[in-house]
Design a protein around this ligand. Structure first.
Ligand SMILES: Nc1ncnc2c1ncn2[C@@H]1O[C@H](COP(=O)(O)OP(=O)(O)OP(=O)(O)O)[C@@H](O)[C@H]1O
Length: 341
């Protein structure tokens, strides 16, 4: 379901950046913490969402994704820490930041006895940036975009979880936004629905919109995101560009060569861990680099036919990160963001 927060205009924009300067980060939290009774839902989260990124917030059930998102949007007050959204401190800057933000967040929002279309018309009517004359067209386009045309005139009460998700997504897409936040957008969707959500995210990214999407599905994040933040028990255990994070894992090199034995011996003589595999040699890059491996092999007279870097899969990386966090040493080897081009 979707939560769309009504805006109350205030006199002064509490921007935290100099006039005219666009923030580099669409959202930024520092030391963010939320405690419910005895449950620490979110703990010292420093999250950076670069402008233009599609950032996947990845974590198992209960790791604090929804709570972090709700604090970002000013729907829940932090116990401690700060949130900046599009350069505005939250929740004080909500009336400035939120009109630029579309959100699909779990929670009450739609009227059960109204149809999907009527619900969207109500949401659209509360949009300060949508003129009355443009509302029917904006609602029609959003319904079409999320594939809900066939069910738009049915009562919300009878919607399946997938239809509810689609309607929530439609409300986040009613008008162009600088930042779109989607909490588990494929929850309850069939494979076709999942593909449509991926296409919507790709369209938003192509249009320059920053997207924050939470998921517990590794494949989904790997397929759609440019950046990732991994949450575990309320804490961020790693964040960064997806490619950089994967490459910072236990990198390995596959060398294709007919001279396998000579290659393995030459590498081991130079203290480079290597082992024979069909049609080649597998080299561990933990303590060396690809150019060094190639130079060693060529120096030993090995015929190198092909060299390929093997990327860590996100699943393998995620397992390693969460196991490492369990042992109390969350990885911090990649903790900076590349500015998306
Ligand atoms: N309103 C609340 N009252 C009490 N505890 C809460 C509340 N909201 C969240 N929690 C607890 O905080 C922790 C983090 O929950 P949160 O919903 O943020 O995780 P999540 O990663 O989004 O999980 P999921 O994938 O299941 O939605 C959980 O232990 C949850 O039970």
């Amino acid at each position: 379901m979707s939560t769309v927060t009504d805006m109350t205009e205030t006199e002064e924009a509490p921007a935290v950046h100099a006039a005219g300067a666009l923030p580099r980060l669409a959202a930024r939290t520092r030391n963010l913490r939320k405690v419910y009774g005895r449950t620490v839902a979110v703990d010292h989260v420093d999250l950076d969402v670069p402008v233009g990124a599609v950032l996947g917030m990845l974590g198992p059930n209960g790791s604090g994704k929804t709570t972090t998102i709700r604090m970002l949007l000013g729907l829940v007050l932090p116990t401690a820490g700060t949130v900046e959204l599009l350069g505005h401190k939250m929740p004080d800057g909500a009336s400035w930041a939120l009109p630029e933000v579309g959100a699909l967040v779990e929670g009450p929002g739609f009227h059960p006895f109204l149809s999907g279309r009527e619900n969207l018309l109500r949401v659209a009517a509360a949009e300060p940036r949508l003129a009355s004359k443009d509302i029917p067209r904006a609602v029609g386009q959003a319904i079409e975009r999320v594939g809900l045309s066939g069910a738009a005139n049915r009562r919300y009460r009878g919607y399946s979880l997938g239809m509810k998700q689609r309607l929530g997504l439609a409300s986040a897409l009613l008008l162009p936004r600088r930042f779109v936040v989607l909490d588990e957008p494929t929850n309850g969707l069939d494979p076709a629905g999942t593909r449509e959500v991926r296409a919507v995210i790709a369209d938003l990214h192509a249009a320059g919109t920053t997207v924050l999407v939470s998921s517990h599905l590794l494949a989904e994040v790997e397929a759609t995101c440019t950046h990732v933040a991994v949450l575990h028990k309320g804490a961020v255990v790693a964040q960064g560009g997806l490619t950089e994070l994967l490459e910072a894992g236990d990198a390995k090199l596959m060398v294709s060569t007919p001279d396998v034995t000579v290659a393995v011996n030459a590498l081991r003589d130079n203290r480079i861990p290597a082992r024979e595999v069909p049609n080649g040699v597998h080299v561990d890059l933990a303590a060396t680099t690809a150019p060094e491996v190639v130079a060693t092999l060529v120096g030993a007279g090995v015929a190198v036919h092909e060299v390929r870097r093997q990327r860590t899969g996100l699943e393998e990386l995620f397992t390693r990160l969460t196991e490492s966090a369990e042992k109390g040493n969350g990885l911090s080897d990649v903790d900076t963001f590349e500015e998306p081009s």
